[in-house]
Ligand binder design. Structure first.
Ligand SMILES: [Zn+2]
Ligand SMILES: [Zn+2]
Length: 191
């Protein structure tokens, strides 16, 4: 694992994986992403992404909406550490289109969220997470993503397994073969 690096979202320094809670170079932490310290903007986002689980009727004002399940919420810190360590860096245009945001997307091999889209009936399971503007204390927030959202936004981008370099789909951090080295448990990569 010693040759595998992540890039700190804040200072851009390349550091050995795994990322755990803070950057050893600049001190960047994930408190604002994991919900320990929230700005008003983040609070609204958190409310929006938990709405789905606790309300019977959901107003779909976008084409996609998703919330972390209890299991996803419980593991949020690990999911964020994992995503920063192994996720794919992508650029996400802001909703107003006036500037681009850094985002990091990553799948894990288990269900961590549930979502709806205007293109499907009923709830769909999600195993993907996206952290928008991870470096921003005011606007950074994580949310679960549906495959269809990732495919629509980043369909022409491919990626590499962060361990062996094999070509994989965008957002797939570690290939199936390399996961075996971690007993098929994504959390073992954080040890
Ligand atoms: Zn840093
Ligand atoms: Zn691999």
């Amino acid at each position: 694992m010693s040759s595998t690096y992540y890039e700190c979202p804040s200072c851009k320094t390349k550091v050995n994986v795994p990322f755990i809670l803070h950057c050893p170079v600049c001190g960047f932490t994930i408190d604002h992403l994991s919900g320990k310290r929230l700005s008003d903007f983040q609070q609204k986002k958190f409310n929006k992404h938990t709405e789905l689980l606790y309300c019977d009727t959901i107003t779909l004002n976008g084409e996609y909406n998703a919330s972390f399940t209890h299991k996803g919420n419980e593991q949020l810190e690990d999911l964020i550490n994992f995503t920063i360590s192994f996720g794919d860096r992508v650029i996400l245009p802001s909703t107003h289109g006036d500037h681009d945001n850094l985002a990091i997307i990553s799948y894990v091999p288990e269900i961590i969220g549930s979502g709806t889209t205007i293109f499907n009936v009923g709830y769909l399971p999600c195993s993907g997470i996206c952290i928008v503007s991870p470096q921003s204390y005011n606007f950074g927030h994580p949310f679960p993503v549906l495959d269809s959202w990732v495919n629509r936004n980043f369909k022409d981008i491919s990626s590499k397994c962060k361990i062996c370099g094999k070509k994989v789909n965008i957002g797939q951090p570690i290939c199936r073969k390399c996961y075996r080295r971690y007993d098929n448990n994504w959390k073992n990569t954080l040890k």
